[in-house]
Write a protein that binds this ligand. Structure first.
Ligand code: FAD
Length: 389
């Protein structure tokens, strides 16, 4: 193998590049990054950067000089336009063609949009990139309406309250995060935000946004109206499959890859938010979390160099909101769990939770119980009878 191209200068792409060099791959290595920034961490975008505790510089995975030292041709602000799999070339804007022996697709995901609300003159935003975060920071002390009570929406709500903003969060369901966490644990998050002064509106949708002179008005499905300065839409992200699809690589919910993260074309792999992979124990899944992007990036380096080893790591996720930190391990899948076992002090927000199905622990988390993560990792995937308490 003399030439590897990575499309996507994010976490997965950067860690794959690093792991390739660590595995002694010394051929040509090009990393195409559509954004102007070198690869960076996204978790601070909805936390540290908004809170003023992190900066663009502290969020980068490696300083620019590292790419030079490693002989990695990092091209910031350069987008791959298409892939010619027969010629084994990536086409760039301007007509340049980059040949490859192996290709990694790590283009991440794009926020799902609510175009009907993107009314002229209204400040309707999304949060995916460093530039989005830096711009959003300036808006946090005003009147903010957050549509969607997912992780990003709630983290931004916490940052905006810290900045003294007036925050309304509108969610469709009966509680934020209820689909992921179930009612009991979702209530902990709802209570946390209400205590911190967030106006949490449940079972509502934002039906329309209109401008009255210089004022932005949001109309909610319960008939209420809100005067707002900024609207942040946080309703999830869709995997960036377009390039792969145009190149004939299958997958609508993500680029389909096998257990080793290889597409149907053995020269082409995918990793990170975009990869819909076959987990040997848990089945087909796409994990859009920080840990998976890093670990799949490292793993796929081996696959690009010929390894057949499956990627077997359990999904892991963390969040920080106000003084609440939590870590979550597992993948409950679509089917409902029979029981959520709660251990510890739930009202005091120091506890562990385990989700049980068919006698198995399918997921576990801790809230503010920082010694518990090893126990959680050990128990997830095992027999429910082994749970303490
Ligand atoms: P990305 O990080 O999205 O990187 C992909 C890059 O590829 C992008 O920069 C994109 O511009 C570029 N690209 C796309 N197409 C092309 C092309 N054609 N040519 C060149 N470049 C291209 N996870 C957690 O576990 N905990 C958290 O607390 C957490 N917080 C988050 C907060 C925010 C605001 C966001 C957005 C995500 C958060 N995540 C968190 C999720 C985590 O950051 C992602 O799972 C991770 O960044 C995915 O990495 P990736 O490399 O697959 O994609």
């Amino acid at each position: 193998i003399r030439s590897i191209v990575i499309i996507g200068g994010g976490l997965a792409g950067a860690h794959a590049a690093q792991a390739l060099r660590e595995r002694s791959y010394d051929g040509a290595l090009t990393l195409l990054a559509a954004e102007q920034h070198p690869p960076y961490e996204r978790p601070p975008l909805s936390k540290g950067i908004l809170l003023g505790e992190a900066t663009a510089d502290s969020a980068v995975v490696h300083p620019l000089s590292w790419y030079d030292e490693q002989g990695i041709d990092l091209r910031c602000g350069v987008r791959a336009e298409s892939i010619d799999r027969e010629a084994r070339e990536v086409l760039l804007a301007g007509g340049e063609r980059l040949g490859y022996d192996r290709l990694l697709l790590a283009p991440g995901a794009n926020p799902r949009r609510l175009r009907s609300l993107e009314v002229e003159g209204a400040d309707v935003r999304y949060l995916r990139t460093l530039d989005d975060s830096v711009a959003l920071k300036e808006r946090l002390s005003g009147r903010l309406l957050i549509i969607g009570g997912g992780w990003i929406g709630l983290e931004v709500a916490a940052a905006a309250r810290a900045a003294g903003g007036t925050v309304t969060v509108a969610v469709r369901g009966e509680l934020p995060l209820v689909q992921v966490l179930g009612r009991e644990v979702a209530e902990v998050f709802a209570g946390l935000h209400r205590e911190h002064g967030v106006d949490l509106r449940t079972q509502v949708e934002v039906k329309a946004v209109r401008r009255e002179g210089e004022v932005t008005i949001a109309e909610l499905s319960d008939g209420s109206v809100l005067e707002v300065d900024t609207i942040l839409v946080g309703i999830g992200a869709a995997p960036a499959i377009e390039l792969a699809a145009a190149a004939g690589l299958p997958g609508t919910e993500g680029i389909e890859v096998d257990a080793a993260l290889r597409t149907v074309d053995p020269r082409v792999c995918a990793a990170g938010d975009v990869a819909l992979h076959d987990h040997p124990r848990l089945g087909r899944m796409r994990v859009d979390h920080w840990d998976a992007a890093i670990e799949q990036g490292k793993h796929v380096a081996g696959t690009l160099l010929g390894s057949e080893e499956p990627y077997e790591r359990l999904p892991y996720f963390f969040t920080d909101q106000y003084d609440l930190g939590m870590e979550y391990v597992g993948h409950p899948g679509e089917r409902a769990c029979e029981e959520v076992r709660l251990l510890g002090d739930v009202p005091g927000r120091v506890f562990r939770a385990y989700w049980l199905r068919d006698g198995t622990v399918v997921a576990g988390m801790h809230v503010n119980d920082w010694d518990a993560i090893e126990e959680v990792r050990r128990l997830v995937g095992g027999d429910a009878a082994d749970l303490p308490g």
